[in-house]
Design a protein around this ligand. Structure first.
Ligand code: ZN
Ligand code: ZN
Length: 105
């Protein structure tokens, strides 16, 4: 399978130990194209069984935003909980809601 390195845009051989994939979105890249030091590089090349995670720049950026995303998620969960409580108390029955959704089709 021919893939291009996300860093240098040259061909990657995915079966080669010098090539890896982003653990999040699976884009391919050459390990040498990563901004990592020689020691790290050697560890990675020696270990066929990877214990290190690689992330492309896009995913790294996303991970940095993760605490914020998690906070949003918590807020959404809290919102849904509140909504459920409100629904129970409201006059709209579950059946009426289902009927309304079915009508839309
Ligand atoms: Zn490359
Ligand atoms: Zn990625």
């Amino acid at each position: 399978m021919d893939t291009t390195c996300v860093k240098c845009n040259k061909d990657c051989d995915l079966s080669s130990p010098s090539t890896s994939c982003c653990d999040s979105c699976s884009v391919a890249f050459h390990i040498k194209c990563l901004p990592i030091g020689g020691n790290e590089l050697r560890v990675i090349e020696q270990r066929k069984k990877r214990s290190l995670f690689f992330f492309c720049d896009d995913c790294k950026g996303a991970i940095k935003r993760l605490p914020h995303i998690l906070r949003c998620y918590d807020e959404i969960k809290f919102g849904l909980k509140t909504l459920n409580v409100l629904k129970k108390d409201s006059l709209i029955s579950h059946d009426a809601l289902v009927a309304e959704i079915n009508d839309r089709d």
